[in-house]
Design a protein. Sequence first.
Lengths: 255, 243
Amino acid sequence: MSTRNTTSYAEFAQPVVRIKGLKKAFGDNVVLRDVNLEVDRGEVVCILGPSGSGKSTILRCINLLETPTSGEVWFEDTQVNAKGTDINKMREHIGMVFQQFNLFPHLTARGNVELALRQVQKKSKDEAKDIACEMLERVGLADRSEYYPSQLSGGQQQRVAIARALALAPHVMLFDEATSALDPELVRDVLDVMRNLAEGGMTMIVVTHEMSFAREAADRVIFMDEGVIVEEGTPTQIFDNPQHERTKDFLGHLA
Amino acid sequence: METILHVFFNLEVMKQALPIVAAAFPVSLIFGFGGFLLAIPGGLTLAFMKMARYRLLRWPATVYVDVVRGTPLALQILILYFGLPFLPIYNVIAAPLSGIDVLGINATVYLRGLLILSLNSSAYLCEIFRAGIQSIPRGQMEAARSLGLSLPRSMAFVILPQTVRRILPTMMSEFILLFKDTALLASVAVMEMTLASKIIAGRVFNQSSYVVAACFYLLLTIPLGRLVSYMENRLAESEGDAA
């Protein structure tokens, strides 16, 4: 504790994200049945599972892009899905990276990063610019700051999207299949950025199909199927010694 | 051939008509541009109402758009031009204007004409705006919201700037339509270009003054039409790039 004297014990011990009994249904289609999950500060959690298993929906419930049908989602000491929660304030601290990048095509790379700094955090023009340039440099795109998304490769676009989320100094980063839409040769650059973040102590929840990333970077791996967490453990436990049939099946199919 | 020249392109008549039609050109411009500018906020409001979550906002907008688009503008002009003065609210706005003349026409005439044209055009713009906004991929709104931008800010800084780029050609086509439709105000004796040329035509029993008016309309509609196709091509190219 002594090295972190600015952080109270309560804050340090408290999970960043806490999910209790989360259910999500779209009409008759139940996507999440009963999900319980806690993610601690600095932890990197990778969520694996076949498509349609509800992985992305968990992420989207954390920042309320989807409203949970029932259950509780907590971010630090606030219940995200409670009435009266200032969701915009929450989202400022929850960075999200999408499969399709979702960069704003009418803004340059720098403009994409600056927008929320200016409009949400009310930073001055100069301050926003400084932060944006710093973030773009961090993802290796300092020389692309004045490019529009359509002038960038998929991998570069995704790195701008990461910079855009990082600029707000989020307490947790959600990655929703961040490399799935990329050509294989572009995946590496994005994964490198994510690996750096993980090593830098960022709390991350990563939905991915990149097994090598999960194995190297994750503190904990979660395997999901049909809306429930089937199995979780360290990467070694899950990859080398899976307990559950469905996990073995899934990992076997990948090999 | 000679008859055609005499009836439609009589130089004497055209010379006589030119200054009178030219004097009415700014009147048509005021109705066209003014009506269109007023229709933009109206169209946006209707578009947001039609996309609202609450039925109480949605259905009045739907009914309004259906009624306006489903009836002739010529009829709307007859109903409202003579009907508006019976409304107390209208008179509150019109009273201070009654003593003012612009280009030889009373300001209340402009008020009524502009109101009618913008009420009409806003219904068409509503559908243009709505289609444009809904053509922006969902992920754009999600990305904006996930950064902590409120719904209005996401609209203002992310969705609408992209929408405007996309719908600008369609909006300009709508403006061209509206500009031509200002001619319908002739039916209620508003001295715009069509009525101005009609007065001469009636006086000399010759159609050439109408041709002069037609030229004035074309002066605006042809360059704008070209601009629309140019912008559509450019848009098609840039969207192709992004994909």
